[in-house]
Design a protein around this ligand. Structure first.
Ligand code: GLU
Length: 279
C-alpha cells in the first residue's frame, strides 16, 4: 500500500523552521515511497486562524520546493462531518456537556488534596460528569456555554481492550488514553477540537503514516481510541523531535520564532533552509 502522509498546520502565524522540518519529513517519506503527500489547513479555531495566513502557508511551502497531491483540505469547510462524529459519540452516551471555565477547573484542582496527573498536566477533575440530567438541562436553558467532553472511562469500556498503535522506531505501543482524562472534543468557542478533527481527517483522507512532533505522542493514544470507537482505519505513527531555539525551547509562533518569510527576506534560499533543518 502506497504511503500517504500529510502536513497539517494551523494558520495562526507564519511557518517557521519547525514547520519546515515537519513538512519536509512528511513530504520526503511520501516522495521516497512513491506515495502521496497531502496538505490540510487546520482552521477550526476561527478566533485565531486567518485566511491570509493560510494563503501564506501555501506560498511558503511552494517556495521551499514542497508540492502536495490533490486539493488542500480546509477543516472549516467540513464542520458538518465533525458534527456527525460528535452526534455518533453522544448517541452512545460517551460525551457530556462541561460548563466549567478555566478558573473553575483551576480552583477544583487547587482544592483537591492530590489532583490526578495526566500526560499533559493535571486531569480535568470530572466536575460536570457528575451533573444530573436536570442540572444539565437547567444550565443549557439558562444559556450557559458548554464544551463537550469525552467520558474517558465509558469510552474505554466501549472500545476493545488492549488497543495499540504502531510507532516507527518503537514498535507496537500499548494504548493508554486514560492518561489524558476527559478530553474536550467540542470547545465552547469552536465547533470541534483538534483531537476530533485530526483523527477524523486522517481517516477521511486515507493517511497511512502520520508524522508529527513528539509533543503529540500522548495525543496519539486518544486518537487510537477514537479510531476504535468510530471504526476508522489506523495509520502508522512517527513522532519526530521538535526543533529547539538556542535556549533549548521549542520554536513557537507566539514567541516570535523567526518565520520562513523573514529568513527569505534576509536572503536565505530554500537550500539554506533545508541545510539548517538537516533535510
Ligand atoms: N494542526 C496541528 C499543529 O499545527 C497538527 C498536528 C498534527 O500533525 O497532528 O500542531
Amino acid at each position: 500500500m502506497a504511503t500517504v502522509t500529510r502536513f497539517a498546520p494551523s494558520p495562526t502565524g507564519y511557518l517557521h523552521l519547525g514547520h519546515a522540518s515537519a513538512a519536509l519529513i512528511a513530504w520526503t517519506r511520501a516522495r521516497r515511497d512513491g506515495g502521496r503527500f497531502l496538505l490540510r489547513i487546520e482552521d477550526i479555531d476561527a478566533g485565531r486562524c486567518r485566511a491570509d495566513l493560510a494563503a501564506a502557508i501555501l506560498e511558503d511551502l511552494t517556495w521551499l520546493g514542497l508540492d502536495w497531491d490533490g486539493p488542500v483540505r480546509v477543516q472549516s469547510q467540513h464542520l458538518a462531518q465533525y458534527r456527525q462524529v460528535l452526534d455518533a459519540l453522544a448517541g452512545r452516551g460517551l460525551l457530556y456537556p462541561c460548563f466549567c471555565t478555566r478558573a473553575d477547573i483551576a480552583r477544583e484542582i487547587g482544592a483537591a488534596a492530590a489532583a490526578p496527573q495526566g500526560a499533559d498536566g493535571p486531569l480535568y477533575p470530572g466536575t460536570c460528569r457528575h451533573l444530573s440530567p436536570a442540572q444539565r438541562a437547567a444550565r443549557r436553558a439558562a444559556g450557559q456555554p458548554f464544551a463537550l467532553r469525552l467520558d474517558m472511562a465509558r469510552a474505554c469500556a466501549a472500545a476493545p481492550s488492549r488497543l495499540s498503535f504502531a510507532e516507527e522506531g518503537v514498535g507496537a505501543v500499548a494504548c493508554q488514553p486514560e492518561r489524558l482524562g476527559d478530553v474536550v472534543l467540542a470547545r465552547k468557542d469552536a465547533p470541534a477540537s483538534y483531537h476530533l478533527c485530526v483523527t477524523h481527517d486522517d481517516a477521511a483522507q486515507g493517511v497511512t503514516l502520520v508524522t508529527r512532533g513528539d509533543d503529540l505522542r500522548a495525543a496519539t493514544h486518544l486518537h487510537r481510541l477514537l479510531q476504535a470507537l468510530m471504526g476508522w482505519p489506523v495509520p502508522r505513527y512517527a513522532h519526530h523531535p521538535l526543533i529547539k531555539d538556542d535556549s533549548g525551547r521549542r520554536l513557537a509562533k507566539r514567541d516570535g520564532a523567526v518565520s520562513l518569510r523573514a529568513l527569505r527576506e534576509q536572503g536565505m534560499t530554500p537550500q539554506d533552509i533545508r541545510l539548517l533543518i538537516g533535510g
